[in-house]
Each structure stands twice: as structure tokens, then as C-alpha cells.
Design a protein. Structure first.
Lengths: 380, 647
């Protein structure tokens, strides 16, 4: 349908437009309005009619595509390679391709393609697989709708909206990366939060943390030793790995506070800077990380009670430690469960699956409760 | 209307405390609401005589309040939920008083708690102090019933020995508000009291009995509040009125002297100065009871102190404890009356740096837990004499509180403090305290702040309203973490901070997979802690075309967990008789008159071990109840927002 040869002036115009487009920020998405094109094509096309002729020719060669933006007609360029492929497509395929092209880096759902083009089901399927085969479009995974097939032009990189950002890997949440970044942040912030110093003290039977809290737990006298230790260990020095024992003394790492108002705790920007310049993370990934994403991790850590906001920056919660690099993540969470809690959650009732049914005269009551028996026997 | 869980808990508590007849009457009364003795007997299906006996016991403990409107009108009885629940707080109150005022005071409080209220004279009799005393006339006989400890209560180890000591203790407790005077009004339901107040005002100031129009209504309200305050002052213990040798001081006109309030506060602030042995005796006719509101304040302070210590270390915690102690004396009630002018700056209860320094334990090492504040010197109190010994103690203390020890040897050689150096050391100490307070202020929870923002005044205040919200949230967080795990905590805190969110937003903020988030949210929803708001996209309300916005309602979660706590407390208490049944043989043997107090000789080793096991079990269950009460303190009593018991 199109003439075999592209005229020289058209070719020249196209090259100029393509260069302008690639040099602009928007890349191939750059739109040229009529006056833009006229400006570029001053030499070849003196009048509007001539200009239209040139544009028509380029359009026929699929090197330009027309679209409408805020009511006025505009054009954008296509790469030569793609244009060649498009020229051999049939109408259906061409329509579909144009829809995918319009969606740009957001991608378009197969369902939407069908709906908008109005082409019947089977034909769409066939056309799309042909386009895929020609390496004109590709299927990507959209985190927002993982079940939906989403198409995008082959040469495009999906936007963060679609991939979910740096913490997604092929549409799947990269939990290891998140954990690693979180750990790194805790490490970094902790260094800046507290002055650590070692205290040498005579070794005793009980750990100092226990002794410290003996007063508190006067009421909890009935608790067993083991349980008590677990419960209070979070208070101060939960860095067991750091304990260095000599014969009669042991060094305990303690955290000293900085005087209020004298210290600038790391801010999101600072943390971002640290994380991205550290070699701990793959360089390509590190480049990708944005301050907003780091802020997201920081928020998560605040909710997890690991960081606390002080002034404009962040500080680690006292007693929080980071996992030494290389260490395997153990069942930390399991332990944490034991540590916290209050009067209610320590009772068997708090975890009782039939708590709602329990009552005097009911099928379950304090009288026949087996959890209580177990609880009372535990540790006695 | 108090909920069923609370009713059940109160019934169990009353049964343990004063017996099952009283419990039965209490339950009936709580089910049917306010009624007369005759109706009550009818409802409960017991003879009137027995009903009256039961009511008398309950009234003694102020578990039931009564009111007779006129001379010949029938007396109506109402249950007092708050007082009934307070039975569960006994253990904590005793612990608090023992911690603050010593063993002997704890013992006195324990006795008063058992009695409900007591006349000072009777108490003195019981301690064998008054001239006309017979042993065992009072305390132990009045309620020979088993108390909370069910007959295994150990005999008190430390008795009050002298009259002076006894009166000193009582005066201290009264002055700090732990004990309160009992008047006729203590036995009246709040609503009746309010009615009586209004009636008195109407008779007094509105002879035409018309309170119409906003202006009049405002006048009326002000008058009622004024009278209420006067009655409150009237009911409060005051040194001037209630101290012994009545007549000499007590003049009728003295009652409403304008300087009275000020005097009271002044007395509280420098309370340490009173020399106990020379203090005048209390009137023997004074009737006292434990004021639980006050004790709750104390428990709240303890809790805050613990929290501060956890997040900022021991020394800072100790400073905060001292601040709390100073401030507590100035706070009369937990519920602040609504401010008349909402725009006015809130006046925070505050304390001066010097007061804090005064009440702070001198052994606390302030310098070394903040980097660069203490320098290299450990600030010694006016350490004279027992140096060697003390040093050792201090060392231990260091280790215990886990702070950096920077005590240099040379310090021991320093001359004892003379005037100048003691002045200097005081100034230094105050400066360090301030550094700790600034640390507390800086913390995101906002433990305290300067009484006047922006100034460098030495007054530090505590914004309890804001702090309590934080404390409640922390309590909920603890519960949720322990029950559902860290992931749920993350989601809950996010929902609280960010408001209503869609599932996918939750997932992206929490950095979790949608699948995991869904299971967390569903679990929370089935427990009633989180909920989703439906936003249908069209008229059909199809689930697939509906957006669900998840949210976390702190107040709802608070009351939910409170109810669960009540229930768990009731269950734990109900378990005690079950366990006792298991150990029945040995308990009966141990309680036999010939075995009692001679357990060592009369019981075999196996039996003793068995008995010990029972005591451990009982102790454990009771301890757990006390710990749950701490949860109730936070969730119900510490914030002015919870109104579940205002009936």
C-alpha cells in the first residue's frame, strides 16, 4: 500500500525529528505539533499542503504516528526498525499495535485491548501472538494485577508503577532485598544513635539485665526464671554475640544516650545516601533506589519498633541490634513473641481458641480448661 | 451499663472477698438495677433478713451504694462497679504502698482494704496500741473469712510497733491521698449525689425553681460546680480539721476558709519535712478508706516510669520517676474537668527542677549515661563516713543498671563537701537532671515538656492527656504483637497512622505480599480489631466491584481488649477453687489447728513439697490477676476518654 521508496526530503525530515525526539526528555514519546513540524520542515515544505503531503508519506511508512493531544493533532516518531515491521502488519494488528504503543510504559491489559479495539476475541489473540513473535510487543507482569496479561512495546522498560518499584523483582516482592536494606539501615542508624561502650564487670550468676529488673517483677515472682529472662532481655543489651568473656569479668556493651538537641540523627536523605553508596547492594539496584523508597523502608522500621523519629532524623530504639552481615536470619520473630506481652497475653486465655465459648456451665469453663493445667505445669 | 464480663468478674471477686451470699446479692442487684431491699429479696429468692445481712456486708465494703431520698422513703440500693472491680486491685495497691511507704504501711493498707473502711480507733485497737485494747478484737475477727489469699495468707512479718508510728503512717497516707476520709456521701450513688447537689442549689439560689434560658443554665451549672467543689473539699482530709484533740482547732468557720486549698497543696509539696514522732495523733473517730483513684495515679506513674526506663535507660528513667512523683502530688484527679475556655493554654501539672532533685534518689548516677554530660566524675552525694562500703554498693548499682562506669579512684580522696562545693555539686546535679529531662522531652513519646514552651524555665510539666494516648496505644501494640505477631503490629500501626487504606496500599506500605497482608487483615478482622469499610462502585453492591478500605479503631480495640481482660481475670480467679480442689487433702491438713504454724514438724517432706506447690500455683494465678489489673489501669482508668464505668 505504501510507496516502496521514501523520498529524500521526507527522510531528512524524519531524521531531524527523530534526533530531536531522542534528545528531548520524553524520548520517543515526544510529540510534535503542526507548528513544530513546520519549523523543522521549513526547507522542504513551504506551504501547509506540502507539509501535509510530507507527513502523510511518513505516516504511510509508519515512521510517524498521529495522535491527538488536547484537541490538536500531533505526531511522534517511531524507530526505523519498528516501522519496517509495522508496514507489513494487517489492519487489525496495526490497530492493536497502536493501542499498545499509546499505553507506553504503563502497558495495557489484554482485556482492555479487546474492549477498545472492538476486534473479536480469537483475532486479538492471534494478532497479539504474532506481534509478540515479531518482537514488537512483550508481555510484562503488572504488580497491581498479576493475573492480567499486560502488553507493552518490546523496546520499553516498564515504569515503576507497573513493576512496583525497586523492591519488586519480575513482579514479585523481593523480600530478601527489603530485609537486607532494612538491616543496613538499622546498622547505619544505630551507629549514629547511641554511643556504645563496654563495661567490664565481675561475672555473676545472673545476667545484669535480670538483676536490674528484679524490682519490677516483684509481682511476677511466680514466673519461672527462664521465662523472666526472655521477657526482660529486650530491655537493654540484647546483643549476646557481643559478650566477651574473660575469666572473672565480662564486657557488656551498653548504649549511652547523646545529650538532647546536640545531635543530628540520620535523616531519610542521609540514609538513602548511605545505602546507595555502600557496596552492599548491587550497583544497578542501588542506582534505582529512590529516597521515597528508602523512606518507605524507614516507615516500616518505625512501625516495627526498630527506629524512632527524633526531630528531623531517626534513631534506633534502645536495645535494637542489627543482624551481622552473613548471618542467617534465625527465628528471631519467634523469640520476640515471647518477650513482649502484658498481663493479658501471658494468660492461657489470650491464646485460647475457644475463649468466646468459655463460661460457667458451658462446654468449656475454667474448671475443665486444659490450657490452664498446661500453663500451671509449665516450669513448675 | 457495664458488660457481662465485668459483672462476672465482680461476682467472682466478691465471692472470694466476702462470701457467696454477698456475691449472689450483688449479681441480682446488677441484673435488676437499682431497687429496694424487699424487691431485691424477691428477685434473688432469699429471705429478707438474709438479703439485709448481705447488703450490710456489701455496703461496708462500698460495693453497694444506697440512698434514701426522704425520711420515710424506701432506701434504694445500687451496685458500684468501680468499687467492686477495685477488689482486684488490692494486690497492686498493697505493693505500691509497700514500695513507697514501707512494709508497715503496706500492712496497714492491707488491713484497711480487707475491712473496706475502718475507724482509726478500731485500727489502733487491732494493733494493740490503744489503751483499752484486747488482742484480736478488730481486724482479724471482723472478717475472719478468707480474703483473696484464701486462708493461706502468711502472717504479717512486720507489725506496727508504736502508736506514734501508726499515726505517722496513717497521716502520711492521708496526706498523700492514698487514704481518704469516709463520710455519709461516700455511700451514695453518683447520680443521687448529683441530684442532691442540684436540689441544694435550686433551693438555695433559685427560689422560683426555674432554670430556663442559657444564661440561667450557665449560672446554675457554675453554682452546682462550686458546691460540688466545696463538698469535695469538705470530704477531703485536712490537717487542720481531722487531727486529734478536736475542738481546739476545729472551728465551724474554718471549713471554707479561702486559704485552705493553698494550705493543702503546700502541705503536700514539702511533705517530707514532717517529723513523725512529734506529729499530733489523728482523731480516733476518723473513718478512713483507701482512695483508689489516688492509687491508680500511683500505678500509672509506675508504669510510665517503667516505660521511660525501657526506652531511655535507667538513670533517665529514675529522673522521670522523680518528676512523676513530684507531679503526682499536684494532680488531684485523673479526669481533668473540661476546660472552660478551650482556647486557653493548657496548664500542665509541673514540678520545679529543685523539687525533682530533692525527690530523686541520690544514689542514681546521672552523669555517665549521657555522653559527655557527666564528664569523668561520678557525682557523689555528700558521701561521708561509710565510703568504702558505699563504693562497693555503687559499683554494684552500676552493673545492675548497665551504664558506663566512670568512677575514678582519685575521687575517693576528695575532701568532704563544704559549703561551696556542695553548692556546686547541687548546681551540677540539677544541670544533669535537666539534661535527662531534655532527653525525655526529645523522645517521640513526649514524656515531659517545659511548663512554658520556649522558655528556659526550670519548671517541667507532663502532658498526661497526650501521653496516656501513647501509653494506651503501646499497650494495645503489646497485646497485638503477643497475640498475632510482628507483622500484624506493623499493619496495625500503619493503619493507625495512615487512616483508611485499601488492601493493595497496605501491602505496598508494609512491604509485604498482598497474600500475606490479606491473611493478617482477615485475622485481625475476625478478632474485631481491624475492620473494612465497603465502598461499592455501582448500585449492585457486588463484592467484586467494591473497594474495601481497612481501618483500625483504637477506641474499639481498647474496649475489646478491656473486655477480654475482664474475662481472662474472671477465668483465672475461677481456676483457683479448681486447683484448690486438686490439693484439697494437703490444704485441709495444713489448716488443722494442731498443724497450723507447725508445718515444719507436723508435715512430712513430701507433704511440705506438695503444700508448697499449691502455694506456688495460687500465687501464680493471683499474680496473673494483678498483672492483668495493670492492663486495666492503662486501658480503662488512665485516660479520661473511657467512660464505661460512669454510671
Amino acid at each position: 500500500m505504501a510507496p516502496l521508496e521514501l523520498s529524500a526530503e521526507c527522510d531528512e525530515l524524519y531524521s531531524t525529528l527523530l534526533t530531536a525526539a531522542t534528545e528531548s526528555e520524553e524520548g520517543l514519546k515526544k510529540q510534535f505539533f503542526q507548528k513544530d513540524v513546520a519549523e523543522v520542515a521549513k526547507k522542504t515544505a513551504k506551504s501547509v499542503t506540502e507539509l501535509l503531503k510530507v507527513i502523510q508519506e511518513l505516516q504511510n511508512h509508519a515512521l510517524l504516528r498521529a495522535s491527538r493531544w488536547q484537541g490538536s493533532l500531533c505526531w511522534s516518531t517511531r524507530p526505523r526498525g519498528a516501522a519496517e515491521h509495522i508496514r507489513v502488519l494487517n489492519t487489525n494488528e496495526r490497530t492493536l499495535y497502536e493501542y499498545v504503543e499509546d499505553a507506553h510504559t504503563k502497558g495495557i491489559w489484554l482485556k482492555d485491548l479487546k474492549k477498545r479495539s472492538g476486534i473479536e476475541d480469537g483475532k486479538v489473540q492471534k494478532a497479539m501472538s504474532k506481534l509478540e513473535g515479531a518482537r514488537l510487543v512483550k508481555v510484562i507482569k503488572n504488580v497491581r494485577a498479576p493475573a492480567q496479561k499486560t502488553y507493552m512495546l518490546f523496546h520499553l522498560v516498564p515504569s515503576d508503577d507497573v513493576t512496583g518499584g525497586s523492591f519488586f523483582d519480575a513482579g514479585d516482592l523481593d523480600e530478601v532485598l527489603i530485609e537486607e536494606v532494612a538491616n543496613l539501615i538499622v546498622f547505619h542508624v544505630k551507629m549514629a544513635s547511641w554511643e556504645e561502650s563496654k563495661v567490664r564487670q565481675p561475672r555473676r550468676g545472673r545476667s545484669p539485665v535480670d538483676a536490674d529488673h528484679q524490682g519490677d517483677d516483684a509481682v511476677a515472682g511466680a514466673e519461672t526464671n527462664g521465662k523472666k529472662r526472655k521477657r526482660t532481655a529486650d530491655i537493654e543489651d540484647s546483643v549476646p554475640a557481643r559478650k566477651h568473656r574473660s575469666r572473672d569479668y565480662e564486657d557488656i556493651v551498653v548504649q549511652l544516650a547523646w545529650p538532647a538537641g546536640t545531635r543530628e540523627y540520620p535523616t531519610a536523605n542521609g540514609i538513602h545516601n548511605f545505602v546507595t553508596t555502600m557496596d552492599a547492594i548491587r550497583a544497578s539496584k542501588a542506582q534505582q533506589l529512590t529516597v521515597a523508597e528508602i523512606q518507605g523502608v524507614i516507615d516500616m522500621l518505625v512501625w516495627d519498633d526498630k527506629l524512632e523519629k527524633v526531630g528531623a532524623g531517626y534513631r534506633t530504639v534502645r536495645g535494637i541490634s542489627f543482624r551481622p552481615p552473613g548471618a542467617v536470619a534465625d527465628d528471631e520473630d519467634e523469640e520476640d513473641l515471647e518477650k513482649v506481652g502484658n498481663g493479658l497475653t501471658q494468660t492461657p486465655c489470650a491464646k485460647c481458641p475457644v475463649f468466646d465459648l468459655c463460661g460457667e456451665g458451658g462446654p468449656v469453663s475454667a474448671r475443665n480448661c486444659e490450657y490452664f493445667a498446661e500453663w500451671l505445669n509449665h516450669g513448675t | 451499663m457495664a458488660a457481662q464480663n465485668l459483672a462476672e468478674l465482680c461476682a467472682v471477686l466478691i465471692e472470694n472477698h466476702v462470701g457467696d451470699l454477698a456475691a449472689q446479692i450483688f449479681t441480682t442487684l446488677s441484673e435488676h438495677g437499682r431497687c429496694t431491699a424487699t424487691t431485691l429479696a424477691g428477685h434473688a429468692n432469699i429471705p429478707l433478713r438474709r438479703a439485709r445481712t448481705g447488703l450490710a456486708t456489701l455496703i461496708e465494703e462500698q460495693l453497694v451504694l444506697h440512698h434514701t431520698a426522704e425520711e420515710d422513703a424506701p432506701t434504694f440500693y445500687t451496685v458500684s462497679w468501680r468499687n467492686a472491680y477495685n477488689l482486684a486491685r488490692h494486690a497492686n495497691v498493697i505493693a505500691l504502698v509497700t514500695e513507697r511507704y514501707g512494709e508497715a504501711a503496706g500492712q496497714v493498707i492491707k488491713n484497711i482494704l480487707q475491712l473496706g473502711h475502718a475507724r482509726v480507733g478500731d485500727l489502733a485497737d487491732a494493733y494493740n496500741l490503744a489503751p483499752a485494747s484486747q488482742r484480736d478484737s478488730g481486724i482479724d475477727m471482723v472478717h475472719a473469712k478468707e480474703g483473696m489469699t484464701n486462708g493461706t495468707a502468711k502472717p504479717s512479718t512486720q507489725h506496727v510497733t508504736s502508736t506514734a508510728e501508726f499515726h505517722g503512717i496513717l497521716r502520711n497516707l492521708l496526706r498523700d491521698g492514698i487514704l481518704a476520709k469516709v463520710g455519709a456521701r461516700s455511700f451514695m450513688p453518683v447520680s443521687d449525689l448529683q441530684e442532691q447537689l442540684q436540689e441544694a442549689v435550686i433551693v438555695d439560689q433559685f427560689p422560683d425553681r426555674k432554670v430556663t434560658g442559657p444564661k440561667k443554665a450557665r449560672e446554675f451549672g457554675a453554682a452546682v460546680n462550686e458546691l460540688k467543689r466545696r463538698w469535695q473539699i469538705d470530704d477531703t482530709f485536712s490537717e487542720a480539721v481531722d487531727v486529734g484533740s478536736r475542738g481546739a482547732i476545729k472551728r465551724p468557720g474554718d471549713h471554707f476558709a479561702p486559704n485552705k486549698r493553698a494550705k493543702l497543696n503546700g502541705g503536700l509539696a514539702n511533705g517530707h519535712a514532717i517529723d513523725e514522732s512529734s506529729a499530733p495523733k489523728l482523731s480516733l473517730d476518723l473513718i478512713v478508706r483507701v482512695d483508689f483513684t489516688r492509687c491508680t495515679l500511683g500505678l500509672r506513674s509506675r508504669r510510665l516510669h517503667q516505660l521511660a526506663r525501657r526506652v531511655l535507660g535507667n538513670a533517665t528513667g529514675a529522673v522521670y520517676g522523680a518528676l512523676l512523683k513530684c507531679v503526682e502530688r499536684k494532680v488531684r484527679i485523673i479526669r481533668s474537668e473540661p476546660a472552660e475556655d478551650p482556647d486557653a493554654d493548657k496548664i500542665l501539672p509541673s514540678a520545679n527542677l529543685n523539687e525533682i532533685a530533692e525527690s530523686l534518689d541520690r544514689e542514681v548516677d546521672l552523669g555517665s549515661s549521657i555522653k559527655g554530660v557527666g564528664g569523668n566524675k561520678h557525682l557523689k552525694p555528700n558521701g561521708t563516713g561509710m565510703k568504702g562500703k558505699k563504693n562497693h554498693v555503687v559499683d554494684d548499682e552500676f552493673a545492675e543498671i548497665g551504664i558506663k562506669e566512670e568512677l575514678s579512684e582519685s575521687e575517693d580522696d576528695e575532701p568532704t563537701a563544704n559549703g561551696l562545693s556542695s553548692y556546686r555539686s547541687h548546681a551540677k546535679r540539677v544541670k544533669m537532671i535537666e539534661a535527662h529531662l531534655m532527653l525525655l522531652e526529645e523522645h517521640p513519646k513526649g514524656f515531659c515538656k517545659r511548663a512554658r514552651a520556649g522558655s528556659t524555665s526550670t519548671d517541667w510539666g507532663i502532658d498526661f492527656d497526650a501521653l496516656m494516648d501513647a501509653l494506651i496505644e503501646a499497650e494495645l501494640d503489646d497485646t497485638i504483637t503477643a497475640k498475632f505477631g510482628k507483622k500484624s503490629l506493623r499493619v496495625v500501626r500503619m493503619l493507625r497512622e495512615r487512616g483508611r487504606l485499601e488492601e493493595k496500599q497496605v501491602a505496598s506500605f508494609a512491604m509485604m505480599r498482598v497474600k500475606d497482608v490479606r491473611s493478617v487483615l482477615t485475622e485481625l478482622q475476625s478478632e474485631g480489631l481491624a475492620d473494612a469499610q465497603e465502598l461499592p462502585k455501582d448500585n449492585q453492591r457486588q463484592p467484586s466491584r467494591t473497594t474495601y478500605l481497612w481501618y483500625f479503631d483504637t477506641q474499639r480495640a481498647q474496649s475489646l481488649i478491656l473486655q477480654q481482660t475482664y474475662k481472662a481475670m474472671a477465668r483465672t480467679l475461677q481456676r483457683i477453687p479448681v486447683e484448690r480442689d486438686r490439693f484439697r487433702t494437703i490444704i485441709e491438713k495444713a489448716e488443722r489447728t494442731d498443724v497450723k504454724d507447725h508445718e515444719q514438724e507436723k508435715l512430712g517432706q513430701g507433704e511440705r513439697a506438695y503444700l508448697r506447690e499449691w502455694r506456688e500455683v495460687e500465687e501464680r494465678l493471683l499474680t496473673q490477676v494483678a498483672r492483668m489489673d495493670e492492663v486495666v489501669v492503662i486501658l480503662r482508668d488512665c485516660s479520661a476518654k473511657d467512660v464505661s464505668l460512669d454510671t
